[in-house]
Design a protein around this ligand. Structure first.
Ligand code: EAX
Length: 325
């Protein structure tokens, strides 16, 4: 009897909840493949939101470039045909030059400092500024500190970079950084394995997880732990879509994304030790103590360059430099 009653009440609640509970699907775009940093954020967000919204929202993650490269995903989010994305800060800077301050070379000393600044008022200032260009910035997750790899020679000082053909993200800032370092920077959207394999480019720069997940140890011999840029992701929603949501749902979605981003940052950092060991085991020649001062010297004039000249961008950069001293 108890079982029949239970079954009956389940059926009843199923039918009652049907009409009002048609799930809304959120399309979320990431450029990278499963197992990648952006996908870990997306997967966690999906898990949390589907649970806390009790079936109201489902999240469909479009990965591996199925919606195009990061610039193209951002365009679709602006138009509202895609609701959300987890996007690397690099390609974001053509939409919102203010985000360039995050990728200022050698800005953050370590993970803790990056968290402190990005989760504080300066990070909020960057997220709110995105509304002007059609995005609702929800949180920062991470790619991590970027390191240089190449196939030509070991790089210990900035002088060793001279003439290397380095792939950079579609970002005016990243191009300027590698120009200042004496490389021959070549902007290219993700992914870049075959370009490395075919020798179209000599090298690239990315955090450790990329070298592991995309098997760059197969096509790159030398790695330099340059940690030249802290590469954040911005976890965004389409402002157009956001404006159609109730305040409760906005709060629920924001909280889910904040939680997912904190989970992913920790996950990423926890795995770095094992990744370094793996890359060594796979035969990469790793320079763990490069002459960072020589790199810093070459990029020192960057803050006076065009890419930071817009008054609002310059003002925030100065605040960031002060806060990270
Ligand atoms: O996360 O394009 C890049 O180099 C990015 O770091 C890429 O999305 C991997």
């Amino acid at each position: 009897m108890k079982h029949i009653l239970l079954l009956f009440s389940c059926l009843l609640s199923f039918f009652i909840s049907q009409p009002s509970q048609a799930a809304q699907e959120i399309k979320l775009g990431v450029v990278t493949k499963p197992g990648s940093a952006q996908n870990i954020v997306a997967g966690k967000f999906k898990e949390i939101l589907e649970k806390v919204s009790d079936g109201k929202y489902t999240v469909k993650v479009y990965h591996s470039k199925s919606l195009g490269n990061e610039t193209e995903i951002l365009q679709q989010i602006q138009m509202g045909t895609v609701q959300m994305g987890v996007i690397t800060v690099g390609p974001f800077d053509t939409f919102a030059p203010l985000v360039r301050v995050i990728n200022y070379p050698f800005l953050f000393k370590d993970n803790q400092q990056a968290d402190l600044i990005l989760d504080g008022p300066l990070g909020d200032e960057i997220l709110s500024d995105l509304e002007k260009v059609g995005f609702k910035g929800l949180a920062f997750s991470e790619n991590g500190f970027r390191n240089l790899t190449n196939n030509k020679r070991p790089v210990k000082t900035a002088a060793d970079v001279k003439g290397l053909k380095i792939r950079v993200m579609a970002s005016p800032l990243h191009k300027s950084i590698w120009q200042a370092l004496g490389a021959n920077p070549t902007p290219m959207p993700w992914p870049i394995y075959s370009e490395l394999e075919q020798g179209v480019i000599d090298g690239q720069e990315n955090p450790l997880w990329v070298m592991e997940v995309y098997k760059f140890y197969e096509v790159q011999k030398y790695m330099t732990m340059s940690r030249h840029v802290y590469s954040a992701h911005i976890d965004v929603a389409s402002l157009m879509w956001w404006q159609t949501l109730t305040p409760e749902d906005r709060k629920m979605i924001t909280q889910a994304m904040v939680e997912a981003s904190r989970f992913q940052r920790k996950d990423n950092r926890d795995k770095d030790g094992a990744r370094l060991a793996l890359l060594k085991e796979k035969g990469m020649v790793i320079e763990e103590q490069p002459d960072i001062a020589s790199f810093r010297d070459k990029v020192a004039t960057l803050k006076n360059m065009d890419i930071y000249q817009e008054p609002k961008v310059q003002a925030l950069l100065l605040k960031m430099l002060e806060a990270t001293k």
